[in-house]
Design a protein around this ligand. Structure first.
Ligand SMILES: *Cc1c(COP(=O)(O)O)cnc(C)c1O
Length: 394
């Protein structure tokens, strides 16, 4: 036991703990993507150490459906007949493809302009193959026409897949059919049209200058997609999860697939996702991701001034500008003017911040170490000021 203890001690830094994100990247995958809304964090605290009514119908005392409240709330937010949840969006996609494109009728038609690598070396074509589906690529990188899809449809076609270009954009001589056109084609051949939205925001993301519109699940479904899938911890602003929404009959079939059981979400994830959905039902969503996108430079400067003062305003500490991004493979064009606390920097100083308590991750630019205030949660301003004072006092 002592040996094990010693071995773990050397890994103590790797134990998961609160870390301040001063990178300006709102959905930073290495920092856990989306912070949870307060309601979700509170609910986790309430239920984590005890039992829950996860799968019991409290009215009858019988076994009840799992996650029905969350599924209904998500369906409403997506303007869908039904919705369900798996443990992430990649698994949601594998489930959809395995279920609706089993061999021998396993061809999935996809545009060459949508063969996306989603990060971490994970590529959509490889996910497709893992699922047993066969890729039928159509069109060219920059242009795919409706007729390219039409000509690819044959007796082994199982479905048409659209993948949102989450983390890059095409500009110039480009084009592809829109969802209503593809939906018309899919329907005339009795094929489902599935859209992998990746992020799938539930609020209009064009909150400020510099922010693009991210397609919403409701837009894709109302335009004619039969099913959409998207992540729980990107712009939804919740825990890691994969949401599937759309036609009731298709969602019901997926929930009966044995693979669905293998991708089942645990009570902590479901409780966090439930409260994230509730946060979205409010007119002004009480979500860290939303607040971070929305914060004005004036608000951030006011916070930065307080942080600098609380840190004792040591020499060299200044307020500067920066550029925040959405990150996590979302809205690649968006560059959000932001506010930073800066100081003369070096790799050694950046390391001192990372090894501090709490750890602070910032970035070096033009010989200065910068901490972007947009991605610091307001309740972390005090701890950040203390971390700055400690790092500079050595
Ligand atoms: C991010 C992303 C995924 C994967 O989502 P996870 O929840 O991380 O599994 C799938 N497809 C697209 C288009 C994405 O952007």
């Amino acid at each position: 036991m002592e040996k094990i203890g010693a071995a773990l001690e050397s890994l103590a830094l790797e134990r998961i703990r609160p870390t301040l994100n001063g990178t300006g990247v709102i959905l930073h995958t290495n920092l856990g993507r989306s912070p949870l809304p307060r309601g979700a964090a509170d609910r986790l605290g309430e239920i984590a150490g005890g039992y829950t009514n996860l799968e019991i119908d409290l009215a009858s005392g019988e076994r009840g459906p799992r996650a029905r409240f969350t599924e209904r709330a998500l369906a409403q937010l997506c303007e869908a007949e039904a919705a369900t949840v798996t443990n992430n969006c990649a698994s949601a996609l594998v489930l959809i493809l395995r279920h609706f494109a089993p061999p021998p009728r396993n061809e999935v038609i996809i545009s060459r302009g949508q063969l996306v690598e989603i990060g971490g070396g994970f590529r959509i074509p490889e996910i497709l193959e893992t699922s047993g589906a066969r890729l039928r690529e159509v069109g060219a990188t920059n242009k795919t026409r409706l007729d390219d899809y039409a000509r690819a449809i044959g007796e082994n076609t199982a479905l048409i897949l659209r993948v949102h270009r989450s983390n890059f954009y095409l500009e110039g001589f480009v084009g592809e059919p829109d969802i209503p056109e593809l939906a018309g084609l899919a329907r005339s051949h009795g094929l489902p049209l599935v859209e992998d939205l990746g992020s799938g925001a539930l609020f209009p993301t064009e909150l400020r200058a510099g922010l693009d519109h991210e397609p919403t699940p409701a837009e894709a479904l109302n335009a004619g997609a039969d099913l959409v899938c998207f992540s729980g911890d990107k712009l939804l602003g919740g825990p890691q999860a994969g949401v599937i929404a759309g036609r009731g009959d298709l969602v019901a079939r997926l929930k009966k697939d044995p693979l669905f059981r293998a991708l089942r979400c645990d009570r902590l994830l479901l409780a966090a996702l439930q409260e994230t959905a509730v946060a979205h039902l409010a007119p002004e969503p009480d979500l860290p991701v939303y607040q971070m996108l929305k914060a004005t430079p004036d608000e951030l400067v006011a916070r930065a001034e307080k942080i600098v003062a609380a840190a004792g305003a040591p020499g060299g500490l200044a307020i500067g500008t920066g550029t925040a991004r959405c990150g996590g493979g979302t809205m690649p064009k968006s560059a959000i003017p932001s506010v930073t606390v800066t100081m003369p920097g070096s790799a050694a100083l950046a390391k001192r911040f990372r090894l501090g308590d709490p750890p602070v991750v910032g970035y070096l630019q033009d010989d200065r170490f910068k901490i972007d205030i947009r991605t610091i949660l307001p309740h972390q301003d005090g701890p950040l000021a203390r971390a700055i004072a400690a790092a500079l006092s050595v």
